[in-house]
Every structure is written in C-alpha cells, then in structure tokens.
Design a protein around this ligand. Structure first.
Ligand SMILES: Cc1cc2nc3c(=O)[nH]c(=O)nc-3n(C[C@H](O)[C@H](O)[C@H](O)COP(=O)(O)O)c2cc1C
Length: 384
C-alpha cells in the first residue's frame, strides 16, 4: 500500500528534543508583545490566548517579552512581568492552561536597556541601562523623531553594580519562571535592547572588561546566560534571540562576517544556550555574500546548535512593511520553508503574525489548508 503525501510527512511535523523538552513539531510561536497585562499581571484572557495556540498544535509557545525585576526593565505597565506574587500567580495559570491544551511554553525575559522610554513616557529621574550611556547611532527606524531626539541625550554609563544587578535580575526571573512551571526560558538578546546593546559597537564603547572587540562585547550576555543556567539547572532549555538589525537602525549589523557571528554565537552556546533564535525579517534572506544561507542557517553552520529561523512565513511583506498597510499579501513560501528544514539548514521555524491571524496555524499547515490573511488593524488590536 502506498501512502499519499500529506503535510504530516512534512519536516515541519518531525519531533525534536532539546534537553528535557520534547517538541512534537518544529512550529514555534514567535514572541509578540501584546500589552494586555494591566499592572504587569497576565490575566485569564492572556492564559486563554496562549492556550488557543497550544490547542492549535503549535510545538512551542514563546511568550511576549516579559519584564525582569529591575526598575528600568520595561516602560509599559501593560507588559507582563516575571516577579511579584500577583504576576507569578498569573503565569502559573498561563502555564497550566497551555499544558492543559497540550502545549509547551517559555517566557521571553526582557530588559529594554537603551530603549527605555520608547513605549511610554517615563519618570525622568530614572536612569536607563545603557552600556556607555548611548542610545546608538540612529538609522532606518520606525520611532518618531521626537522620541529619538530625547533618547539621543547621553545618560550615565552602567556601573559595575548596575551590571551585577541586571545579571541577578535575569537569573531570578529565570528561576521564578521555572518555579511557575515554564518549560524553559527565552532571553531577548536582539533588536537593540539591553543584551544586544552590549554586542553593538554603536552602544558599547566601554574600555573595561565589558567592552572592546566583539569577543569582549559578548561578555555581558555570556554572564547573563551563565547566571540563568546556574539558576535553572541542567534540564530546562535556554533560547536566545539575536538579530543583525536594531530598532535604532534596521540596517545596522551585529556581525559583518561569518567569523564575527561565530565569535558571538559560539560564546553564547558555550555559556549554556541551547536554541539560537535568529531574528530576521525573512527566514530565507541571505546574510553574507556568496551563500543562500539565512541567519539561522549560519548560526547552525557556525555552532552546530539547534537554531530557529523566523520572518515572513506565509506573508509577502515583512513586519515593518506590514505596519504601514492593512491586510498583508499572502505568500506561499511553505515549500521553501520545508526544503530548508529538510536540508537541516535550521531546526525550528518561529511564526509571528500568522499566529495572530490564526491561533491554529500549526493545524492549518498540517491540513494543507489555505493560509490565513494577516491584517494588522484586526489581528494586532485584540487578544483573540
Ligand atoms: C505585534 C508584534 C509584537 C512583537 N513583539 C516582539 C517581542 O516582544 N519580542 C521579540 O523578540 N519580537 C517581537 N516581535 C517580532 C516577532 O517575534 C517576529 O520576529 C516578527 O513578527 C517576524 O515574524 P513574522 O514575519 O512571522 O511576523 C513582535 C512582532 C509583532 C507583530
């Protein structure tokens, strides 16, 4: 008897084990800030929202960015936090719902660093955490001019005490997440936020142990990863999101060469990262001349670690382009995705906007059904 070809034969639906976590398929919900947690507490609506993605067959839910316990971690009171009894009770409910729905969940721990003040007006007496007091060289950015003007005023560079406090806050957040039943932790190390601000030479001009060449600029994220690994022990996976681009400048680059990229990512993996989550606007966008490999492909080639690609699955416009428009055009790039997965270019695929348009996107893909259409005005506005 011959079996007909179905999407369940697809490399998207092969299981994968990472430390103690077994994923039934390769589909990850990409972290997406939703700002629906008043006072930093995720409520029943947030739990139900994540449960729907678990029930929809998503292999791993990575939550929206979650504030660690530091005074200038996140400047939006509707972003959830991973500290305080009320918020932790909220997370236990989220985790229980996701598990009851058959899923697995890791929170994305977040410190915005230099981008403090970008989401809301902030107390001018609070000093943002910036490696060298700098916001970064502005380039192609979506931020309004008046914010950028304010943000360009230099502030105090982080002190040794600041650095130690933030490392501790990440470790505490990770431990609290593990205690709440999370299946691992993710760290936001991209997009110009704090961890990335140490990596980027435009924001890190330090001449002490935490600055200098790329190897030295990687020391702070490495210290955070080590502290998180110590805090959660050997069983739970650590996912680390990194990016070439920064919110301050979409054209900025973390690494100009594969060697540079290998320096950063190799150190992170040695420190305890299990999954390198390569944030890019298109999963199939080449990064270095002379090779079709995307950012996740390079991460895997350079380190051998498990890697996750992301960007424009099923959508013909990148996140930035789709911000300006209504419905984004559908693009059937699922075949391209499957062939890159089948070739082991990367191991996992994170899907962002289509997870907002269709909570059951994993089941939709498995059934080979038509792709949903993402419309920002509809799908970003509510927590459906
Ligand atoms: C509403 C929204 C909020 C986002 N918030 C975050 C975030 O908190 N952390 C993060 O790392 N990326 C964030 N992103 C980026 C997504 O995780 C993803 O990388 C991006 O949308 C590209 O994937 P897509 O083309 O499948 O949407 C956000 C994206 C959207 C649409």
């Amino acid at each position: 008897m011959t079996l007909s070809h179905t999407m369940s034969d697809s490399p998207l639906f092969r299981p994968l084990a990472v430390r103690s976590l077994t994923l039934p398929n390769r589909i990850v919900m990409s972290p997406m800030t939703r700002s629906h947690s008043p006072g930093g507490v995720p409520g029943a609506d947030v739990a139900a929202y994540y449960r729907r993605r678990a029930e929809g067959g998503t292999g791993l839910v990575v939550t929206e960015g979650v504030a660690i316990d530091h005074p200038v971690a996140v400047d939006n009171p509707n972003v959830p936090r991973m500290h305080g009894d009320d918020a932790l009770a909220g997370w236990r409910r989220v985790v229980d719902e996701v598990h009851a729905g058959g899923g697995r969940i890791v929170p994305q721990l977040w410190h915005v660093g230099p981008l403090w003040g970008a989401m809301s007006r902030v107390d001018p007496m609070l000093v943002p955490m910036r490696p060298s007091g700098l916001w970064g060289e502005p380039g192609v950015t979506s931020y309004p001019d008046r914010y950028v003007e304010r943000a360009l005023v230099p502030t105090e560079a982080m002190t040794e005490q600041d650095i130690a406090d933030v490392v501790d806050a990440f470790a505490r957040g990770a431990r609290l997440a593990a205690d709440a039943g999370c299946d691992g932790v993710a760290l936001h190390g991209g997009h110009g936020y704090l961890l990335d601000a140490f990596l980027w030479e435009s924001t890190n001009r330090r001449d002490d142990d935490w600055g200098g060449d790329l190897e030295r600029r990687t020391r702070f994220p490495v210290a955070v990863v080590r502290a998180v690994r110590d805090a959660i022990g050997p069983d739970l996976p650590i996912v680390f999101r990194f990016s070439q681009h920064k919110q301050q400048d979409y054209q900025a680059r973390l690494a100009d060469t594969p060697d540079d990229l290998g320096t950063v990512l190799g150190a992170l993996v040695d420190a305890g990262v299990d999954v390198l989550d390569a944030s890019s606007r298109r999963f199939d966008l080449p990064v270095f001349d002379g090779s079709p490999l995307g950012l996740a492909g390079w991460a895997k080639k350079l380190t051998g670690a498990v890697t996750c690609a992301v960007g424009s699955v099923g959508i013909g416009k990148s996140l930035r382009e789709s911000r300006a428009t209504g419905a984004a055009p559908t693009l059937d790039n699922i075949g391209e995705l499957e062939s890159r997965l089948a070739a082991d270019e990367f191991d996992l695929i994170a899907i962002g906007r289509l997870h907002l348009a269709d909570p059951a996107i994993a089941s939709t893909l498995r059934a080979g059904a038509p792709l949903p259409v993402f419309d920002r005005a509809v799908h970003e506005a509510t927590l459906t």
